[in-house]
Each structure stands twice: as C-alpha cells, then as structure tokens.
Design a protein around this ligand. Structure first.
Ligand code: GAL
Length: 661
C-alpha cells in the first residue's frame, strides 16, 4: 500500500522541478530557499544525476550532503521527489565493468563522459542499480519530506552487446518455443537466413542490407520487457523500505522504445516529460498531445508533468525561446488535461556542464528576469488550483495507439518512408484539438464502446485480436475511421493475403485494398470532392461501402478514395490517402458531426482551448486558454480561480480556470 496521493501530501497541486544543488554552494542554496518560497515551489526532484556523489566508490555511500539538502528543503516547505541516479553511472563503474557500457548496432562500444551510457541487460549494471535504489530507500524511505520516488530518468538507451544477445535469446525461446517457430515468424526462408542453433541468433545489429523485420520487431518487444523488468526491480527494492508512490518519467510524445501501456501499469502514478519542437500554437497543440497521451496511459487517472522547459524548445538543431506567457499557458494546458501539477527541468540553470544552455526556472540572469517572473506567476496560479486535485477529464473520442504498430513502421524495407507513425498520431490529435474536442488515446485491444468516435491512423500492424475488436466496435454502434496502410500485416509482420486490411476489419469497412501505390515525393493528387492527397494512394474496391470521394488521376481515376460502410449499428470509414490539413480537418469535422460529438465548449472562436476537469462529487472546472489573436467575450461571466474574481472576457494569450456551476 502506498501512502496518500501526492496532492494530499503537498496540500495542493505540485509545482517545482529538478533540483541539482550539487552544482552550487552555500550562498546559492540560501538564495534557492528564498526563491523557491517566492515561486511557491512545493516539490523538488533531487538526485537524478547524483550517482558519483552518492556512491563515490563501489559499495561506499556518502549520504551526508543529500541529508543536508533534504533537511533544508523540508524546513523550507518543499517536499522531495527522490530519484535513483541510475541513468548516469559514474566513471568508476564503467571502468570496473566495461562490459556494461552501451554497444551500438555497428559494434561500437561507447565510453563514459556523457550520460545514459550503460547496458540494461548487463548483470553488473542491474546489480548496481538495485543496490543503490535499495540503499536510498533504506535511508530516506520514511523521511517526512519524501513525497514520491522517481526511478531512473527516461529509459531510452538501447544496447546491442553480447549480454543483450544472450538475454534476447532467452526471451525468444520463451516467446517462440522452438527455432522452427522463430524461423517461420521471421520469414527466414528468404535470403538464406534460417537459424539452426540459438547461438546464431543476434540482436538486429548493423547488416549490409535490410535487417530482418521480424527480428527488429521482436527486439523492440524484448527490450520493452527488459526495461519493465529493470524498473520493477528498482521499484520493488524501494517498496521494501518505503510506502511512497513510485514512478519513472516517460518521454512523450514522440519516443517509443517501450510498450508504454505495459510500463504504465507498473507505475503508481504516470509521470512524463514534454519538450515541444516548435513555438506558438504548434507548441500548445503538442502540450495537449502529450498530456492526453500521459493521461490515457494511466487509464484516465491523474498523472504528473515531471519535466518541461521554461524558455526553450528544441527545433532541430537550435533552442528557440518560448513566447512570453507560454510558461503559464503550457503549465495550464497540462493541468487542464489531468496533471496534478507541473515540474520543470531544472530549477537553476547550470553554469557549467553539458546542459549549460538549457533553460531553467532561475536563468543565468538570476531572479531579476522575465523568466523567473513568469515562473513565480505560474507558481502562484498553480497554488490557486488546489481544489482540482483528484479530478479527472473525460473524452468522447479516442485515437488508437499500439506500440507494435509504431515499431512495425520503423522496420527496414517498407514501401514508403512517409509512413510515419508518430506523425500520423499527432495529425489525428491535432485535427481533433483544432475542433475543440478532448481526446483519449486507446490501445487497439481496449474496450472502445464508450467512445462514439474512434480514429485509427497508421495501424499498419493489426493483430487478429485487434481486428476483431474493431469489427465488434463498429457492429456495436461505433463510428470508426481507419486510415491508409492499415491492417497490412499481422503481429508477426506477415502480410495479410487476399487484400488488405485484415479480414474482420475489411468486413466492417466494406472494402478491399488490392494494391498500394505510394506517391512520388511532393506529388499531390486531387480527389473528386476537391481535397488533395499526398504520399500514398490505394487501389481499393468497395464491397458494400459507399464511395464518398474517388481518385481523379491516372490509373486510379474513378476508383474509391474515401468510403463509408454502415455495418451493424455503426459505421466504418476508410481514407486511403494522406489528406492535406484542410481536407483532413473537414473529414474529421464531418465524422464528429456524424458521431454526435460536439466541441467541449461550443461557440468559442478557433484557437481557444477549452478542457473540463470533473470531480467525483460533480464539481467541474473549465480551463480556457486563448491562443487566438482576438479577445474573447464569455457568454456568462464565471468565477475564475486564477484571479479569484468574476471573468467576462479572456484577453489574447490569456488563461482562466472557471468554476462551473
Ligand atoms: C530530459 C531529461 C533532462 C534534461 C532535459 C533537457 O529529457 O530528462 O534531464 O536533459 O531533457 O531537455
């Protein structure tokens, strides 16, 4: 049993960030205390990268410095989210255990000098990780300052070393049972790849040409199980000494080396990091995409934004400033969608080291800065939202997201490089976000009956079970949109024969795809309804479905491009190309209409984000964020928690949290 939920322990929603005091000295710590009070910080993540200080040599611990910081934070009213430092082993560890260093697919063994340079499957690493987690838990497990455990940091590192090869073989034996089954699953009859002993089987290391797709997919599944096992080991070592909730920070939305649905089931609270890739409205849409995924992974339970940046986003090869006001807008965007607070990386900007130029709550310029002023205002705003703790968000539309489908679109030899899984997910979410609709993500095997509308983008891999599930969903009254290149392969990446997608889904959609026809780069095709497609087209036959738009080019002229099939008491829609934003937005709007799903707060102009949080006792709060260029008059003035007064108009860039009656 874990102890009370985070907001109960903090007396409100969480606000704070990664705190690395080991980079500083006494006068700065004193200033930190004062500034944390000013910014209403109530939670600090400590120890994420402190392994070298905590265990300066194997088995010898030095906790004195951490004791002092934890006591200081506690005395200052700041609770602690204590991390295990296992994402960054110290140099002594890698020198003593060189076999635990990361090996790349091309065989290069990395060296220490950065972070995340370890191999999860190396026995020495796993032992050391368990040991330090247990030592920390033993020492701090019941400390009154301790509110949360933060295992590791973003499990992102893959490794292809010999330990990995050995562990992969064990996993494969258990999955496939025999080499014959493995050979069959991986299609090794082609290219003379047949295995005659387990020792011949390797991780998907660098090869001269396409790597075997089945091997690549199984490797992802194996690695995901390995990450989850490593997390559980640390979590269980902690639980032996502590009743506080345990989490690990996921890296959403665009990264997936783990089956996040499976990992989320192991977490006491889902926590996740978000760094948008572009500023402005796109960043706000990314916040929503991230937050909706984090909430959905936890089955709708409140979750926690573990990291965001104050002033920077990564845009390819440069760090761009966030717009003034974005710190508050992004923070509220996450809380609106179920986060129990907002934390940042990091509290004070480093003056040296690898992330000197990464933003922080206290920038190099110090507290007399726009950034710190915005942080303090945001802390004040979050402090006013305590009554929301524990409330949830409800959505009537789901976008399907399966880890296998993601990984399946990462293997070699696909028909088009423009089959981009995360981009497809993001696009579907964005069209719904633009329509003012709150979105859940769901696994393709989930019971979907509570959603009037489900969108399935890029389910290239669709298991028999998922295909049956989707068929049942439509038969039972759901409206389902399936997008191009879906249901092409089964869960072994074997092509579906006789036409795509998988048979049960074909029945629900009333179509059969005969041929895929990727388009040339930059080629655009116009459909009969005037919309335009890029990247992909398909020769498909309506087998019961009605044709809503046809192709108007080349050999596909006159053949169906968009279809709808009434099946059971529901509708199965199929879209066989990548529509441009306008066309896709119009299609999604039509589907929302057909499914009877309206905007969360109808009547608001475009780019005013509205999300509602609901308490179990019926109380409701509406978050409004004006990303548009005009002020918005509210139809009925309401009490705004942020100002403590009645609000009649939302200014440009403004936010409100209205108590609904
Ligand atoms: C995160 C990481 C942090 C920090 C941050 C910078 O992915 O967890 O430690 O590096 O990125 O954006």
């Amino acid at each position: 049993m874990t102890s009370p939920r985070l907001p109960d322990r903090l007396g409100g929603l969480a606000f704070g960030g990664d705190y690395n005091p080991e980079q500083w000295d006494e006068p700065v710590w004193k200033e930190d205390d004062a500034l944390m009070r000013r910014a209403r910080v109530n939670l600090a993540t400590v120890g994420v990268f402190s392994w070298a200080l905590l265990e300066p040599e194997e088995g010898r611990y030095d906790f004195a410095w951490l004791d002092a910081h934890i006591e200081r934070l506690h005395a200052n009213g700041v609770a602690v989210d204590l991390a295990t430092p296992t994402a960054s082993p110290p140099p002594w560890f890698t020198l003593a255990h060189p076999d635990a260093l990361t090996v790349r697919p091309d065989g290069t063994r990395l060296v220490h000098g950065s972070r995340d340079t370890y191999c999860l499957t190396a026995p020495a690493y796993r032992t050391a990780a368990r040991r330090i987690a247990a030592a920390l838990a033993e020492r701090y497990g019941d400390h009154p300052a301790l509110a949360l455990w933060h295992v590791h940091n973003e499990y992102v590192t893959l490794c292809y070393c010999d330990h990995t090869a050995a562990a992969f073989r064990v996993w494969l034996r258990s999955r496939h049972g025999s080499l014959d089954t493995l050979n069959e699953a991986w299609g090794t009859a082609f290219w003379s790849q047949g295995y005659t002993s387990w020792e011949q089987v390797l991780p998907p290391r660098a090869t001269n040409w396409h790597r075997n797709p089945g091997q690549a997919l199984d490797f992802h599944r194996f690695w995901s199980d390995e990450v989850i096992a490593a997390y559980r080991e640390q979590r269980d070592a902690i639980r032996a000494h502590s009743d506080r909730p345990v989490t690990t920070n996921l890296m959403l939305p665009a990264y997936q080396n783990i089956d996040l649905w499976a990992l989320a089931r192991e977490l006491d609270v889902v926590s996740s990091d978000q760094y948008p890739g572009s500023p402005g409205v796109d960043a706000a849409a990314d916040v929503a995409f991230h937050a909706d995924r984090a909430r959905s992974l936890g089955g709708g339970r409140p979750w926690l934004l573990m990291e965001q940046g104050t002033s920077t986003v990564y845009d390819g090869d440069r760090i761009l400033a966030k717009d003034p006001g974005d710190i508050l807008r992004h923070t509220l965007g996450h809380i609106a969608r179920g986060s129990e607070g907002a934390l940042f990386f990091q509290w004070r900007q480093s003056r040296a080291g690898a992330e000197t130029w990464h933003s922080a709550m206290v920038p190099h310029a110090g507290p007399d800065s726009r950034i710190f002023r915005e942080v303090a205002q945001t802390g004040e705003a979050v402090a006013r939202l305590g009554e929301l703790a524990g409330s949830t968000v409800s959505a009537r539309v789901a976008v399907l997201h399966g880890p296998d489908a993601w990984w399946a679109l990462g293997v070699d030899g696909l028909p088009s490089a423009e089959l981009d899984y995360p981009a497809a997910l993001e696009r579907a979410h964005r069209a719904l976000w633009d329509s003012g609709v709150t979105v859940d993500f769901a696994h393709p095997d989930d019971e979907l009956g509570r959603y009037p509308l489900v969108i399935a983008p890029a389910l290239f891999l669709l298991s028999d079970r998922s295909a049956d599930n989707l068929r049942r969903y439509v038969a039972g009254g759901g409206t389902l949109l399936v997008q191009h290149a879906s249901g092409y392969v089964d869960d072994r990446l074997h092509a579906r024969l006789g036409g795509y997608p998988a048979a049960p889904l074909r029945e629900a959609l009333g179509i059969r795809v005969e041929e895929y026809r990727p388009l040339r780069r930059d080629e655009r095709i116009t459909l009969s309804d005037g919309t335009q497609g890029t990247a992909w087209s398909e020769s498909l036959h309506a087998e019961g479905a009605e044709t809503l738009a046809t192709y108007t080019h080349g050999m596909l002229t006159g053949s169906p491009a968009v279809t709808r099939h009434r099946f059971g008491t529901g509708q199965g829609w199929y879209l066989s190309t990548l529509l441009d934003d306008t066309g896709y937005g119009a299609l999604v709007a039509r589907l929302l209409d057909e499914a009877g799903v309206g905007a969360e707060a109808p009547g608001l102009p475009p780019h005013v984000e509205a999300v509602t949080r609901h308490a179990a006792d019926g109380r409701r709060w509406r978050f409004l964020i004006n990303h548009g260029t005009e002020p918005v008059a509210l139809s009925e003035p309401a009490h705004d928690l942020l100002t403590g007064g009645s609000l009649a108009e939302l200014p440009v860039g403004g936010c409100a949290v209205l108590r609904l009656t």
